[in-house]
Design a protein around this ligand. Structure first.
Ligand code: SAH
Length: 375
């Protein structure tokens, strides 16, 4: 379906539901829209299965591909990073290996395979997976069951058991709901979603937000600017950092986003590997926003944790040994297989591909050595 076809088609079940809600109660926040578009239990994108019901949203035949789906090297290098971090922590046994939003599970599977070089690491690991999609949980079980460590699922990070932990989250924070605020000539107004002539449309709240809302005040903010507040992501980061300080451990967060706080409308949707209007056919497209790494790191510092980065994904992977890994995998391989390895490495690390827009941060309990890849 094209976006033009979408305008003529009957509304999705979720759009019909949202229109009734807005008619009855007035416009909703962008955060509420994102929550429902992604996670409504019946009609949300991750409940329903994307544009093609029954298919996995992630992967070549889904709506978008992620770095671990593109190249096994991504997960392998992170596996080595995890082993090094475990040693930095003093090799706690047992420890929790937490992944937020595992998708189809490629990252964890490749990381565990790479970690086989350190059997003590695998013997100590208790895998804790935080994943809201039941279908993706099922896929992951099939993929990881033979790799060794015991696996458990939780609905939220707060439900994972206490104790030292290593956490990874790739393309997870971009799914967490954001609020948007638009600058008018005179003040900020929350950007809401109401009803326009052809369905859902952006509107402004009639009054300014409370003065306690952390909006930019500095000179240089222009009428028309949009500021995004990722309250859900910041609250989650505060929770992770608080647990890191209490229990010991490290968290590696990789996502697309901006290193410095600032204005910009980054609400976006993707369907069938192509950009899609974010308000069109909710429930059938993946709706995300860029991560504000500066504010995420500030949330971690405020909770007493140490934080490193952001570093561009390409530089991070280079420092972890991307080139040597490509060399290893291509030596003696048939020409077409070697070409696939090189093409995958290029996509995840080249600045024109995913190497620059994607960034990594590491949040740690205080007092640990600098994490690999961030120096
Ligand atoms: N990390 C994977 C998948 C990224 S897609 C990869 O790199 O391939 C985002 C994943 O996060 C999906 O599996 C989605 O179901 C999950 N997810 C998003 N928000 C979530 C939330 N609030 N709670 C639990 N899982 C969530």
């Amino acid at each position: 379906m094209t976006a033009d076809d979408a305008a003529d088609a009957a509304p999705t079940p979720l759009e019909a539901r949202l229109r009734r809600l807005i008619e009855a109660n007035g416009p909703i926040t962008v955060a509420d829209y994102m929550s429902d578009a992604l996670f409504h239990p019946h009609d949300g994108y991750y409940a329903g299965g994307g544009a093609r019901a029954g298919a996995s949203p992630v992967g070549a035949d889904g709506d978008f591909v992620t770095a671990p789906e593109i190249s096994q090297i991504f997960g392998e290098l992170i596996g080595a990073w995890l082993v090094q971090s475990w040693i930095d922590l003093g090799a706690p046994t047992p420890f929790n290996l937490v992944e937020l939003g595992h998708g189809r599970g490629a990252l964890m599977a490749d990381a565990l395979r790479a970690a086989k070089a350190r059997p003590e690491f695998l013997a100590a690991a208790r895998i804790q997976l935080v994943e809201s999609s039941g279908r993706l949980r099922h896929e992951q079980r099939q993929r990881l069951i033979d790799l060794g460590p015991p696996i458990d699922w939780a609905d939220a990070f707060a439900d994972t058991p206490a104790g030292p932990f290593l956490l990874i989250a790739n393309e997870f924070f971009d799914c967490l709901p954001i609020r948007q605020f638009a600058r008018t000539e005179t003040s900020w107004r929350e950007r809401l979603i109401g009803l326009g002539d052809d369905g859902l449309a952006f509107v402004h709240a009639p009054t300014p937000p409370p003065a306690t809302t952390p909006l930019p005040t500095r000179a240089g903010v222009e009428p028309g600017d949009v500021y995004e507040l990722g309250e859900a992501g910041e609250a989650l980061m505060e929770g992770v950092a608080t647990r890191l300080v209490a229990d010991g451990g490290r968290a590696l967060v990789i996502d697309y986003g901006h290193a410095a706080d600032g204005c910009g409308d980054t609400l976006q949707a993707v369907r069938d590997h192509k950009p899609w209007p974010p308000l069109a056919r909710p429930g059938e497209a993946d709706v995300t926003a860029h991560v504000n790494f500066e504010r995420l790191m500030r949330a971690a510092f405020d909770a007493g944790a140490a934080a490193a980065g952001p570093v561009p994904q390409g530089a991070f992977l280079d420092r972890l040994g991307l080139a040597a890994r490509v060399e290893r995998l291509t030596a003696g391989a048939p020409a077409d297989a070697a070409e696939r390895v090189r093409a995958g490495a290029f996509r995840i690390a080249a600045p024109t591909q995913m190497g620059e827009i994607f960034k990594a941060i590491c949040v740690s309990a205080p007092g640990l050595p600098p994490p690999a890849g961030f120096a």
